[in-house]
Ligand binder design. Structure first.
Ligand code: HBI
Ligand code: FE
Length: 298
């Protein structure tokens, strides 16, 4: 039995004994009609709003995994399809879990998903990753082999980073790619980051907003860049392809860590002379004090 870091309001989580690897049972039968209703509302709203904004691979993943509007997915059904495609499975967890447990799951191709779903009165903002963020945001791309490989490599890299004491740097890589990444050419940018595709307001802000920078992907640069934890990002990094992302992990990070240990952090708002700048942001949103809840349209 492990100690949870968060208060548990989901009764199906509260009555369970959490395993040593922080997993619990999903108990899909016990989601209420109201909980399925929240999923439907979010799924419809987000899919309509995304329109053509997300990467094609995201839509392909939704379809091949049969993630639909009808209600909260049953992991047993998703896993039948997902495991055949890329060897990944979903496991239920109570919420945020410790970094080493999280990385160990990823390295073994298990994606930890919060069992609970947000309340109807918190559709737009919540601190913890819930089942809508985790499944709608993260799972479609796990059906894509090259992205599935990237995520597993990230898990291994995370465990290694803990030994190098560079957890902050590897977390930035996850943040600026898996959570908040953009993909494509300057005239056809798309979203692939889970934190964006599962957020109504950030889907618009990240792609069409004047305020944030949009800059070409550079692994070492990203590892040095500070990020916003509780508001829209000030810079989004753009990959050309998922192959580029995976290939960037196929090198020894030790020399990179050695270099960046001596280098200064890069502020979240900065663009550098060496950057491939796609859009130089005005930073007007951040300069006015930000605040996710009062999100502007652009
Ligand atoms: N736990 N359930 C869950 N989901 C996450 O995304 C998560 C986590 N624990 C740690 C963590 N993320 C991050 O610290 C890592 O990306 C570094
Ligand atoms: Fe996430």
């Amino acid at each position: 039995m492990v100690e949870l870091r968060v208060p548990v309001t989901d009764p199906v989580i509260a009555r369970q004994t959490v395993r040593d690897d922080y997993t619990i049972d999903q108990v899909w039968e016990e989601y209420t009609a109201a909980e399925h209703g929240v999923w439907k509302t979010l799924f419809d709203r987000q899919t309509k709003m995304l329109g053509g904004r997300a990467a094609q691979e995201f839509y392909d993943g939704l379809e091949v995994l049969k993630l639909e509007r009808d209600g909260i997915p049953d992991f047993r059904r998703v896993n039948e399809r997902l495991s055949k495609l890329t060897g990944w499975t979903l496991v239920a967890v109570p919420g945020l879990i410790p970094d080493d447990a999280f990385f160990t799951h990823l390295a073994n191709r298990r994606f930890p998903v919060g069992r609970f779903i947000r309340k109807p009165e918190e559709l737009d903002y919540l601190q913890e990753p819930d089942i809508f963020h985790d499944v709608y945001g993260h799972v479609p791309l796990l059906a894509l082999p090259v992205f599935a490989d990237y995520m597993a490599a990230y898990g291994r890299g995370g465990l290694r980073a803990m030994k190098f004491d560079t957890l902050e740097n590897i977390t930035r890589l996850y943040w600026y790619t898996v959570e908040f990444g953009l993909i494509g050419a300057a005239d056809d940018l798309r979203i692939y980051g889970a934190g964006i595709v599962s957020s109504y307001a950030e889907s618009i802000f990240s792609l069409d907003g004047r305020s944030p920078n949009r800059v070409g992907f550079d692994l070492e640069r990203i590892m040095r860049t500070q990020y916003r934890y509780d508001d829209f990002q000030q810079t989004y990094f753009v990959i050309d392809s998922f192959e580029q992302l995976f290939e960037a992990t196929q090198q020894d990070f030790a020399p990179i860590y050695a270099r960046i240990k001596g280098a200064e952090d890069i502020p979240a708002r900065a663009t550098l002379p060496a950057d491939r700048v796609i859009h130089a942001g005005t930073q007007e949103y951040a300069d006015k004090g930000g605040r996710y809840k009062n999100a502007p349209r652009v």
